[in-house]
Design a protein around this ligand. Sequence first.
Ligand code: DHB
Length: 392
Amino acid sequence: STTPVAIVGAGPAGLMLSHLLARRGVESVAIDTRTRQEIETTHRAGILEADSARMLLDGVSDRILRDGYEHEGVELRLHGQGHRIDFQELVGASVWLYPQTDVFIDLADARERDGGDVRFGVTEVEVDGVETDSPTVRFTDAGGERHELRATYVVGADGSRSQCRRLVPEARRRIYGKEYPFAWFGILCEAPMSAPELIYAQSGRGFALISQRTDSVQRMYLQCEPDEDVHAWSEDQIWSELQARVAGDGFELETGPIFERARLNFRSFVQEPMSHGRLVLAGDAAHTVPPTGAKGLNLALADVKVLADVLEQALDTQDVEVLETYGPRALARVWRSQNFSYWMTQMLHTPPGADAFDVRRQMGELETVTSTQQGRAYVAECYTGWPNHPIG
Ligand code: DHB
């Protein structure tokens, strides 16, 4: 069979692209090696920029209005003292607490409702011929049947361990990246919210993030070693470390049974160019960011917003060279997000081996940012997301 657009990867990026193309009358087939159940139970990001929320409200689902929480600010907590960054006052914007699992569920439901072609749980995915006029995607479906799909264009939205991005020849691809000497220990627990908004804390004992899921389920993270064994910690140890990293001001965390724990290793990564022949890359397949700025999911959605326009134009004009306009349009936001994610990460974490100078310099940076209106506005503008494309 043939399709205008084959999408490898049916996470939020792949499914949102499929949705945006359908609204333009462009058919696509999206495949994923994971089952729907596997994706729905993998806990990831929690914060949507207003533009990302708007993309959901535009024909996907309005559930975010009922189950999401609008946040008009965030707290940076430095050595136990809270400093609120008031997004509304500073830049007139909000973000939404709405977990990536819910974003995915809404998108998967919407594609099903609208008759989209999405195949989960496929195996043996092979992409060929992206440098020719008729690329193919072969896969075995969940029932064991082998399929060959001819596509006009192939989209690699297959995540941070992308197989598609390796189709860009080594001589042509440029890879940029950073590793970090720490990771996050993430938990989900049954407890009421400790605060109305997120808390990003640096205490001198390392970073902690107090996030949320619902009125009765909370998400928290603490900086740990890159090889930390998260199952070696008792619940008491987790709570006392989290409390120690946010304590002060009379503030105390609400605690409760921990029912999920995972280590999250992070890195910064970009592969350029974002297109090659009839292949284009979107989301984590092209770039990953450390989680501290809550940018990864938002950046993936911003990619596919540009990409839907570019693919529609390339199909209308039958001009493959139109694909080359995608990377330059998407990369401005990619590198801004790389910078903000890197900056927030280095500003809020304690690297191993930090000496007294490093610790005091970091407090100087954090105080500069939180004590001036300009510093707070800079954080607010980056965190809530830059105005729509093109930026500049
Ligand atoms: C969450 C994750 C993040 O990386 C972040 O910056 C904020 C919130 C979360 O999972 O809730």
